[in-house]
Design a protein. Structure first.
Length: 277
């Protein structure tokens, strides 16, 4: 049986079996295995050079390329200038930026966003629909199989159903002061505009590929995306922005910048019929 002919519902068990055959046995540190204790080491994803040879390795590599260059390798499913890596930093492995290794072991799970138990494939489809403002790739598509294969590879050795330090997005406490658009604007222009532009439309590299994504406007995430929630975006900014200078913003500053960013227009939530404000 080949991956290409595997029914979507059985894809995950097949991938786990193939990983056990094709990949080395090195696991993340034992300190990563803890329940309820947040004072342990980050999970250590497999080294990039440990990719297996053959069809499995090619599928994983394809998934990595899609993840990093989504609007190039999965163009027909993307409706803006973002990529998977725009939100899930450093190839999807950076702690506190919703790393893949902190998500794979938590699915299937119930999500209040769509009021049902979601598979990992359905969760990825939601990213395409909201964060990438596009069309969800079918669960049995080559694109989805490649992304899932890559997600499982970077998660190999992670425990199932247990808390991992650095998983998800930090949930900040409510700020002492109401988030200020004025303070947020000043901070954005001083700390964020170098990469994302004063107009928030991002910057592009030599070949037209996005270097830093737009954070508002028609080419950014839509109002159904997780980052359209000010608290969610603030938690991401607090730990990760400016890039390579995470934790340099205070909680209050992260709230202010998030409120300012989300005060701008962006595409409508596709679940509604309302137009972009």
């Amino acid at each position: 049986m080949t991956i290409g002919s595997t029914p979507p519902g059985r894809l995950r068990s097949v991938l786990v079996f193939l990983f056990s055959l094709a990949l080395p046995v090195a696991l993340g540190p034992s300190e990563a295995l803890a329940s309820g204790n947040q004072n342990f080491q980050f999970f250590a994803p497999p080294a990039e050079g440990s990719l297996p040879d053959g069809p499995m390795g090619r599928l994983i590599r394809k998934g990595e390329l899609i993840f990093i260059h989504t609007n190039l390798y999965a163009k027909k499913y993307v409706g803006n200038d973002l990529t998977c890596e725009s939100c899930h930093l450093d190839r999807g492995i950076k702690p506190y930026s919703a790393p893949l290794w902190g998500a794979v072991g938590t699915y299937p799970r119930y999500r209040s966003k769509n009021h049902k138990v979601n598979t990992l494939e359905e969760r990825i489809q939601g990213c395409f629909r909201f964060s990438l403002n596009g069309t969800p790739p079918p669960a049995n598509s080559d694109t989805m199989k490649a992304i899932v294969a890559y997600a499982y590879w970077v998660s190999r050795g992670a425990p199932i159903g247990l808390y991992l330090k650095g998983q998800g997005i930090v949930r900040l406490p409510k700020p002492d002061r109401t988030p200020s658009l004025h303070r947020g604007k000043v901070l954005f222009e001083a700390r964020c505009a170098l990469c994302h532009g004063l107009d928030g439309q991002g910057t592009k590299a030599d070949l037209g590929q996005v270097a830093f994504p737009p954070v508002w406007g028609p080419h950014s995430y839509n109002r159904g995306a997780g980052f359209s929630n000010v608290r969610e975006l603030a938690g991401f900014l607090r730990m990760n922005m400016p890039l390579s200078k995470g934790k340099s913003l205070s909680d209050q500053q992260a709230w202010d910048v998030a409120a300012y960013v989300n005060s701008h227009s962006r595409p409508a939530d596709p679940r509604t019929s309302s137009a972009s404000r």
